[in-house]
Design a protein. Structure first.
Ligand code: G3H
Ligand code: 13P
Ligand code: ZN
Length: 289
């Protein structure tokens, strides 16, 4: 059932546990993620980026997600529908109109002052409509935009979340969840030699909100466990799903599967994504036990 993502994440936080936010780009991925969550009985966040709204048709993909949540999940399974990486006021406003019940305003490419002011403006608007907002402080780098070849961890310093600044950011903006940067990066690209655990502990001491770890696709089970122990409530997974999708397609193509029936092909792709999502969820469940 569609549920408030703030409530979902606060519930995990209260139990010192975490869940995932999985990105979808189309019907096959949405089905695979939802089936995996139903099978493992896992409350989670389904999320869609601005780029996907532009690519797929915003009304189409949001209605698809909402319908599937309503039709394919039981009442006791909580699923949030979240706008991932909205980066301007208009996109966030439009996302609320489309039916997202949670949004992210990512001002991480702006100066601190600009990020703070834009985030507050979005929060003021969204909260009037009872929609929770995720902000980002520090920058979670992107493949293509930021490349780190060096082994020297100091190249990461400028991207990291400052714990004191984070406290001020949260108090000023009144966000509901915070995306943090402690050496994590989007895509399968070189990350910091190890996440800055000390920094995460300081952030957790100063901020009593669910913390979101973007760029978790290549995070090992142990790293995830360490992060949960230090207060992270949600891990974002996109690249892992996309790579499973495309590599299965390539595999079918190379192995001369008869590529004359998209229904058969996409059924196999869906199964592959579902396996991947279940595998991810199980690592967290195992650590809960
Ligand atoms: O964190 C977000 C994504 O992995 C990048 O997604 O290519 O849909 O903007 P996008
Ligand atoms: P990955 O690229 O590691 O999957 O990160 C996804 C993400 O942060 C979505 O917001
Ligand atoms: Zn992200």
């Amino acid at each position: 059932m569609l549920a408030n993502p703030k409530q979902i994440l606060n519930d995990f936080k209260a139990k010192n546990q975490a869940t995932f936010a999985f990105n979808t780009t189309d019907i096959v991925t949405t089905q695979a993620i939802i089936e995996a969550a139903v099978e493992t009985k896992t409350d989670f966040i389904l999320q869609i980026t601005k780029k996907t709204l532009e690519y797929k048709g915003d009304v189409e993909i949001v209605n698809l997600a909402l319908n599937m949540i309503e039709q394919r999940t039981p009442k006791n399974l909580k699923v949030g529908l979240h706008l991932d990486h909205g980066n301007d006021f208009q996109t966030c406003k439009h996302a609320i109109e489309l039916g997202f019940n949670s949004i992210m305003i990512d001002g991480s490419q702006l100066s601190y002052e600009e990020n703070k002011n834009l985030t507050k403006r979005v929060v003021d608007y969204a909260h009037k409509k009872n929609i929770p907002v995720q902000g980002e402080l520090g920058t979670v780098p992107y493949i293509g935009k930021h490349v780190f070849e060096e082994d020297d961890d100091s190249v990461w310093d400028e991207y990291m979340t400052d714990p004191d600044q984070a406290q001020e950011f949260v108090e000023f903006t009144k966000i509901d969840t915070l995306a943090i940067a402690i050496g994590n990066a989007h895509g399968f690209q070189k990350e910091r030699s190890s996440p800055d655990w000390e920094r995460l502990e300081k952030i957790t001491q100063k901020i009593n909100l669910p913390l979101i770890m973007h760029g978790a696709s290549d995070w090992t089970e142990n790293k995830i466990k360490q992060a949960v122990k230090r207060g992270v409530s949600c891990f974002n997974i996109d690249t892992d799903i996309r790579v499973a999708y495309i590599s299965k397609l390539c595999d079918l193509f190379e192995n001369e599967c008869r590529m004359d029936d998209p229904r058969k092909v996409m059924q196999l792709v869906k199964r592959k994504i579902k396996e991947k999502v279940i595998q991810r969820i199980k690592t967290i469940k195992k650590n809960e036990a």
